[in-house]
Design a protein around this ligand. Structure first.
Ligand SMILES: [Zn+2]
Length: 159
């Protein structure tokens, strides 16, 4: 075989061939493309790079939307699993419901699970005990009461 496949005619022919027959021989085309990709990794890298630059905004938006949607679903799933309503006041408006660490060790736990999205972590660990659903109000009240108790404990400790 000569250099026909590297020449302009070769390229034009191949493009025409693809247009005409790609739908007839999808398997063959796929195979050819796979071999091409394996033979020219640097070209594929360059292509991906250009693609990334060209569609940067689009990709970013797509990823953000996907992540947001995914997180929304996960959060709903997890809250439903833990009872779907505030354990203190019974409100069931998902917009203000949150998963609460019963033992108030949220900060420490967040450090332990690192970058993991908390609801994702709960699901992955089969919804462990020690968590409950609280609305934002009750969460805040719990926090205040906790601080109050701590202060009382400190005072008692001093005396
Ligand atoms: Zn509540």
């Amino acid at each position: 075989m000569g250099n026909w496949d590297r020449s302009e005619e070769g390229k034009v022919w191949y493009r025409e061939y693809q247009k005409k027959f790609a739908h007839q021989y999808p398997e063959r085309i796929r195979k050819y493309q796979k071999t091409y990709r394996q033979r020219h990794p640097e070209k594929m890298r360059e292509k991906r790079r250009r693609h990334r630059i060209k569609y940067k905004e689009k990709i970013r938006k797509y990823n953000t939307n996907w992540m947001r949607e995914n997180r929304r679903k996960l959060r709903k799933e997890v809250i439903e699993h833990y009872g779907n309503k505030c354990v203190r006041c019974g409100i069931n408006d998902i917009r203000i419901l949150n998963i609460d660490h019963i033992k108030n060790n949220g900060n420490q736990h967040r450090q332990e699970i690192g970058a993991y999205y908390f609801p994702k972590w709960l699901k992955k660990n089969n919804y462990p005990d020690g968590y409950q659903v609280l609305c934002l109000n009750c969460n805040w009240l719990k926090h205040l009461e906790y601080q109050e108790n701590k202060r009382v404990e400190l005072k008692v400790g001093k005396n």
